[in-house]
Design a protein around this ligand. Sequence first.
Ligand SMILES: [Zn+2]
Length: 355
Amino acid sequence: MPTYNTVQKRWLAVQSRDKAADDQFFYGVTSTGVYCYPSCPSKAALRANTVFFSTRNEATDAGLRACKRCRSDEAPLAVRQAQLVEDACQLIKNAPSSAKVEDIADQLSVSRYHLQKLFQHYLSLSPKAYAKAARAQDLERALNASSTVTEAVYAAGYESASTYYAEGAERLGMSAKRYQSKGDGLHIRYGFGTTRYGKIVVGCTDKGVCCILFGDTQQHMLEDLETRFSKATLVRDTQKLEPVIASVVEQIDTPSLNANLSVDVQGTAFQEQVWQALRQIPTGSTATYSEVATSIGKPKASRAVATACAANPLAVIVPCHRVVRASGELSGYRWGVERKRALLTDEKEENSKPT
Ligand SMILES: [Zn+2]
């Protein structure tokens, strides 16, 4: 994964209109007062007039306005294209079987050729094949084991098109993608511990903690572990893991602690981005599914965000318990809504304590 952490690398990315750099940084042109995505097709500015920003907010704070060409105030091109594919899928599903690809493309104001190209890119599937699979109710197979178009689109889109997730992934301590591999080739040591919210099982690879799961009995926790990592070698080693488990327990019992836990989790690109976003929700506060979706540049993906929350392998450390319904209702929690309530209440209480 390329990174864009120096001015030279950023300038190179701008000169080559590197799509993978979109949303890794923005550049502003002082002579025109506009800020752009690195891949903006506009004529390149002079180096002397170019400034770089890590975030969109920095660019607007500096008084620059969005570019109309690359629409730098909207999600990156790859995200907008993915959304177009999603919309097309919705239309195809609701269309009569006699509908042609042209009709769908017309409704979305794009050419048939363009739509076909995007389908191939994001779903590895033609619109026709998608329609056929939808009618046969065989979408899961057609979408390569993804249960929704959103998941398939974002997984495929970002694996191939951009490093949109790279920064978040690095911060989470994640290595190369072992996408849907069920831990194939992994050697996982695990042990049990007890927190004030119940018993946990902690699993570790040699790189870090790969799962923290609540459960009522050791048997249940072990079954959960075996389901998630059905292709990994699992070895119980409570004694050796004692210091790690102690630190996990401490972190769960005292959320404000923010211990530096090395973790090693794998998910789809989309899941990893959601998990990273969850870690930005401060202790003691909550966010809605759609707020999380918006924060990662995919405002329509709130249902997929909920799915990614449910797949979270690191209870409490990746705080999926801080995500609630728009109505303020707690909604479901993978490990029981009572546990979610207790976690949120305690965090709020701890926050209101004078320091
Ligand atoms: Zn631009």
